[in-house]
Design a protein around this ligand. Structure first.
Ligand code: SAH
Length: 350
């Protein structure tokens, strides 16, 4: 508990850390050395900072903690997918996933503990939102998966998706700060082109992303381009309807010149008909885009079921005819509840 009382050193900017060293009568450049250990070399404790004197390390330990996450449990799927249950400094748990494919190793990370949105097909929604993750907690999930990629696959991490627990755009500042650290040469140095942030479609915050001219990719969980259906699936659509989404996406494209990806599940009897397929293909014309058709991962015995293959094929035909690029994504890590929408800290409830 003592750890929590001291300040988390990674909450300080480089300038703040410099000021701290100056106040302690130490050289300013020490701050950069410590910063480099923390964000570039991703050290978990002060004792390993070998170019810092013992006395200074002791002084740092007296003032600061490094609230590094701990991988509490690791599960491996038959398909190679790894799910980490990650413990935060206050004991809360989030999940992150390593997804291997022949060409890529992708980290799927969480941005909040739980989620405040009530998408009624998603297991994370059942948890409710407990708190936002701090930038270093998001960063650490990436570091843990980067290390597992080398350990278990002997390959580097290539991509990051913000598709774990939570709504990244409702934790905007911390997510942006984490991405800064992940992409900066002083941090992990990963290209922003390899990062995708997925949102439920919070229009105001998509506008902010565009204004900030971010360099990473955007995905929107669409699931229906018809308001009535979308509102039934995702209550956020009541206040952020499809027309508003279209408007803000135009602004996004104007500012960033970046295509958007739509995530789309096709459910039996809900959106598996030609009317929905046509509405989707029309929506896809608003700005350059592509569609990822995601397989539904059942979360309970419920009203939702994956559509029949013929209906999925019908969608693909309609989209193809209209020149829209669509890919059907295989579900990964279903056997360990690591697939889209299944992250719910289930092991804790068993
Ligand atoms: N809150 C953000 C980030 C989560 S991404 C967002 O909604 O985009 C998780 C993705 O999985 C979203 O596209 C979500 O709609 C989808 N999803 C949720 N539950 C699912 C399920 N049971 N099966 C398949 N996809 C699901």
């Amino acid at each position: 508990m003592e750890q929590v009382k001291r300040r988390d050193v990674r909450k300080l900017s480089l300038e703040e850390l410099e000021l701290f060293f100056l106040e302690k009568g130490e050289k300013k450049f020490r701050a950069r050395q410590v910063y480099d250990w923390l964000w570039n070399k991703t050290l978990k404790n002060f004792d390993d900072m070998s170019n810092i004197s013992l006395a200074t390390r002791e002084m740092l330990k007296a003032h600061f903690s490094i609230n590094h996450i701990q991988v509490d449990q690791m599960h491996r799927s038959q398909d190679g997918t790894i799910k980490n249950a990650v413990k935060l400094y206050d004991g809360k748990i989030v999940e992150s996933v390593l997804i291997p494919t022949p060409k890529r190793i992708t980290a799927c990370v969480s941005s909040q503990v739980g989620c405040s949105l009530d998408c009624n097909f998603c297991a994370t929604a059942r948890l409710k939102r407990m708190r936002n993750l701090h930038p270093d907690e998001i960063f650490d999930q990436v570091v843990a998966i980067r290390d597992e990629a080398m350990e278990y696959f002997d390959r580097p991490l290539t991509n990051i998706v913000f598709m774990g627990m939570g709504e990244p755009l409702l934790n905007y500042a911390n997510v942006i700060q984490a991405i800064d650290k992940i992409t900066s040469p002083e941090g992990l140095g990963l290209s922003p082109k390899r990062i995708t942030l997925s949102t439920v479609g919070v229009c105001k915050m998509i506008r902010k992303l565009a204004e900030d001219e971010v360099k990473f990719n955007l995905a929107v969980s669409l699931h229906s381009a018809i308001n009535e259906t979308r509102s039934r699936l995702m209550p956020i659509n009541d206040t952020n309807p499809v027309e508003d989404l279209a408007e803000v996406l135009k602004f996004w494209y104007q500012k960033t010149q970046k295509k958007v990806t739509y995530e789309y599940v096709i459910w039996k009897g809900i959106n598996d008909d030609i009317r929905h397929a046509k509405a989707l293909s029309k929506f896809c014309k608003v700005i350059p885009s592509k569609v990822n058709i995601i397989q539904y991962n059942p979360i309970d015995e419920g009203e939702y079921q994956q559509a029949d293959p013929e209906n999925v094929q019908m969608y693909i035909n309609v989209l193809e005819q209209e020149g829209v690029v669509a890919k059907v994504r295989k579900s990964r890590g279903q056997d360990i509840d690591a697939a889209c929408g299944q992250l719910a800290n289930k092991h804790l409830q068993e």
